[in-house]
Design a protein around this ligand. Structure first.
Ligand SMILES: [Zn+2]
Ligand SMILES: [Zn+2]
Length: 235
């Protein structure tokens, strides 16, 4: 379905959101603005899009609200505490060992878990922020005005309970809570139209990031074991 031209208030000229009602009051001048019948038909034709968006909201909430600084804090703490602890343990277990060997076999590998946890947190957050920025509504230039559709720029009818909104003029879903204050990019305009797609993309990206980190962790673990085995063999 093609995007519809936004309806404008006949008195003050402001664009009004498209809603499922034959009439609404202009938020700026309180003039009554009628919804033409063909626009109401379009609203009804977009019912499935709205229903799909509402169904996707809980999934999006679970995936996107997982952002937490605690992974980075825990990783940072591990990175700070593990090396001195591992070094002390190394010296107490094998007091005759050279400092360089303790460093290679204990101190250095002890940095791995903390740095992985830190990178896990940082990359997850970056992935979430990236997709969130792509589907976020456009903040309005006018103070106190509702956010605008990220694709066609029409004002959105935002209810407090919802974290996203479907523009009934063009059928695009936008996030209306936690809107990042960044310039609207071409990428955002061309991003997936529905929250459902955005949720799928975010899930896939998080999955790829986490899989890469798990593989890297396995690699580091193998490296630490190999170093230790080589050291045992040489003794
Ligand atoms: Zn008006
Ligand atoms: Zn739109």
């Amino acid at each position: 379905m093609n995007a519809l031209e936004p309806i404008h208030c006949q008195r003050c000229g402001a664009a009004v959101p498209l809603i499922d009602a034959p009439e609404q009051t202009c938020r700026y001048c309180e003039h009554a603005v009628e919804t033409p019948p063909e626009y109401l038909d379009a609203v009804h034709a977009r019912r499935d899009i709205v229903a799909a968006r509402k169904a996707a909201e809980p999934k999006w909430r679970r995936l996107a609200a997982g952002s937490s600084p605690w992974w980075m804090i825990a990783g940072g703490a591990l990175m700070t505490l593990a090396p001195p602890t591992a070094t002390a343990v190394g010296f107490s277990l094998e007091p005759a060992q050279s400092t360089a060997l303790i460093f290679a076999l204990m101190t250095l590998p002890s940095l791995f878990p903390g740095s992985l946890v830190f990178v896990w947190g940082a990359t997850s957050d970056l992935t979430r922020d990236g997709v969130r920025a792509m589907v976020a509504a456009r903040p309005s230039d006018k103070e106190g005005a509702p956010p605008e559709c990220r694709v066609c720029g029409a004002p959105l009818e935002v209810s407090n309970a919802e974290l996203s909104c479907t523009c009934l003029y063009c059928g695009t879903d936008s996030l209306v809570t936690d809107i990042p204050v960044t310039a609207i990019s071409a990428e955002r305009r061309q991003a997936f139209g529905s929250l459902e797609q955005a949720t799928r993309v975010l899930r896939l990206r998080l999955w790829v990031v986490h899989l890469a980190l798990v593989l890297f962790a396995v690699f580091l673990g193998g490296l630490a074991v190999a170093l230790y085995a080589a050291h045992r063999h040489l003794q």
